[in-house]
Ligand binder design. Structure first.
Ligand SMILES: [Cu+2]
Length: 282
């Protein structure tokens, strides 16, 4: 039951299928393209030497401008494009990519620090690369362009620690009280319009990375919890992490890619449990 509620975590972190991997690096910038392919685990990525990670891209491509962080959360389904500068380290130095502890992750997430992979300095080179100040031209979609606001309750708040709701509904992961039904269209969306979608986890106790198929969106606002956007949330995204007590708004330009699409929590056990609905774009 715990594994369905939190999602299955396992006990070994693998990178490209390898447990406890390492790679040799030179004293220069490297670009890491990271996908969190875990079932359920949210990582708080950091480097063991406390070096900066320069966030340059996310789910939808390059950000407009780079931003340097010491640690950054990445939820299942999210992607990160990161520059790391290994210059200034002596040969033989070992630097670990770790996941650090973090707060407000519900019953199971963020409780431990653990190692993900190792970088070993193997050669000294001269690197003249500098990070560009402008990476791409992401134009902000204004909130006022939205023709509709839809709110999705993802707290599952009525189901507390395995105790069913008093109306007898089973303890399941739902969106707006509903479980996935492939024969039901939950939201009808007009093509070529912008909408604001709000994911409300304000009463929730679990992190939910919410993912829309068929579109990219921009994150407008996060209230409650972290109360702010993070470095990877400035460009185009298709998955956004909504932590317990948070409400996150995104603006979605629905273009002309008509058809039936799902949107769901990207925690595999949550989506398998039914935390997925469908929209029809027409
Ligand atoms: Cu979830």
């Amino acid at each position: 039951m715990e594994e369905v509620m939190a999602g299955y975590m396992g006990e070994s972190i693998i990178v490209n299928g390898v447990y406890s991997p390492y790679t040799e690096v030179a004293t220069r910038f490297y670009r890491l393209r990271i996908l969190n392919g875990s079932n359920a685990r949210v990582y708080n990525l950091a480097l063991s030497n406390n070096a900066d990670m320069v966030i340059i891209g996310n789910d939808g491509g390059l950000l407009k401008t780079p931003s340097s962080v010491k640690e950054i959360l990445i939820a299942p389904g999210e992607r990160l494009d990161v520059l790391i500068n290994f210059s200034g380290n002596a040969i033989g130095t070992e630097i670990l990519l770790t996941s650090n502890e973090f707060g407000n992750g519900g019953a199971a997430q963020g409780k431990q620090r653990f190692k993900i992979m190792k970088f070993k300095i193997a050669s000294i080179v001269t690197d003249i690369f500098t990070v560009p100040a402008i990476l791409s031209n992401v134009t902000a979609v204004s909130a006022s362009s939205a023709v509709k606001v839809r709110t999705f309750e993802i707290s599952n708040a009525m189901e507390h620690h395995g105790v069913p709701m008093n109306n007898g509904m089973q303890m399941r992961h739902r969106i707006n009280g509903k479980l996935y039904d492939s024969n039901r269209i939950d939201e009808a969306v007009a093509a070529n319009t912008n909408e604001i979608w709000v994911f409300d986890n304000s009463k929730g106790e679990e992190p939910h990375p919410m993912h829309l198929h068929g579109v990219f969106f921009q994150v407008l606002q996060r209230s409650g919890g972290r109360n702010n956007l993070i470095a990877s949330e400035t460009g185009w995204k298709d998955t956004v992490l909504v932590m317990p007590s948070e409400t996150v708004s995104v603006i979605v330009p629905f273009e002309n890619n008509k058809g039936k699409f799902v949107f769901h929590c990207h925690n595999l056990e949550h989506e398998d449990d039914g935390m997925m609905l469908q929209y029809q774009l027409s």
